[in-house]
Design a protein around this ligand. Structure first.
Ligand code: IMP
Ligand code: MG
Length: 184
């Protein structure tokens, strides 16, 4: 059954303006760290990070190659290491500096998998991860050390949506980050 929220059930956590202001700060750090490195490849993780990736590369403003991969961790399989992988097709990453762009780090399984996956690519130079959100209260005990190199916002035990993030494949088009009371 499909669940739909009314407009007044969705509360604003971060407005569109707040999101852009914070992205601009994080983009400054990334520009500073990468300005002397060539071969930057920004890899957006679909679907949730597509809006963030588009805004981030423009805020950073460095020359880069942009790639997308698509996977999702299975819902409701806590402790499992399984992913549904839709597309991990990539060109050669030899000598490249990879910046993975995630929407949110929750259990930490996706971030761990992706970081290891990219570090294992032949000849890759560096691998870092930027996440729009971190939800540390949901991190699996054994993945407590998993964290993003750059992170825009922390969120407590809320399920968030909008700005590319979905609830049941809906609400990605919202310009702000919202949440629904009682949903986590
Ligand atoms: P992890 O592997 O458990 O860290 O899961 C990360 C993925 O779960 C993210 O890339 C999101 O797609 C999804 N996710 C986790 N929390 C939320 C949320 O609050 N809103 C929307 N998607 C979420
Ligand atoms: Mg998702």
């Amino acid at each position: 059954m499909s669940i739909t929220f009314t407009d007044n059930q969705i509360k604003v956590l971060h407005s569109a303006q707040e999101i852009q202001a914070r992205i601009s700060e994080v983009a400054d750090q990334i520009r500073h760290d990468y300005q002397d490195l060539d071969n930057l490849v920004v890899v957006g993780v679909l679907k949730g990070a597509f809006v963030f990736t588009a805004d981030l590369i423009r805020a950073v403003g460095l020359s880069c190659q942009v790639e997308f991969i698509r996977l999702s961790s299975y819902e409701g399989t806590q402790g499992s290491n399984e992913f549904k992988i839709y597309d991990l097709t990539l060109p050669s990453l030899k000598d490249k500096n990879i910046l993975i762009v995630e929407d949110i780090i929750d259990s930490g399984r996706t971030a761990k998998f992706l970081t290891e996956f990219f570090k294992n690519q032949a000849g890759v130079n560096t691998v870092k991860l930027v996440s729009l959100f971190d939800k540390p209260c949901k991190r699996l005990e054994e993945l407590k050390d998993i964290k993003a190199d750059y992170c825009c916002f922390n969120v407590d035990d809320k399920f968030i949506l909008g700005y590319g993030l979905d609830f049941d494949q809906k609400y990605r088009e919202l310009p702000y980050i919202g949440y629904v009371e009682g949903l986590c």
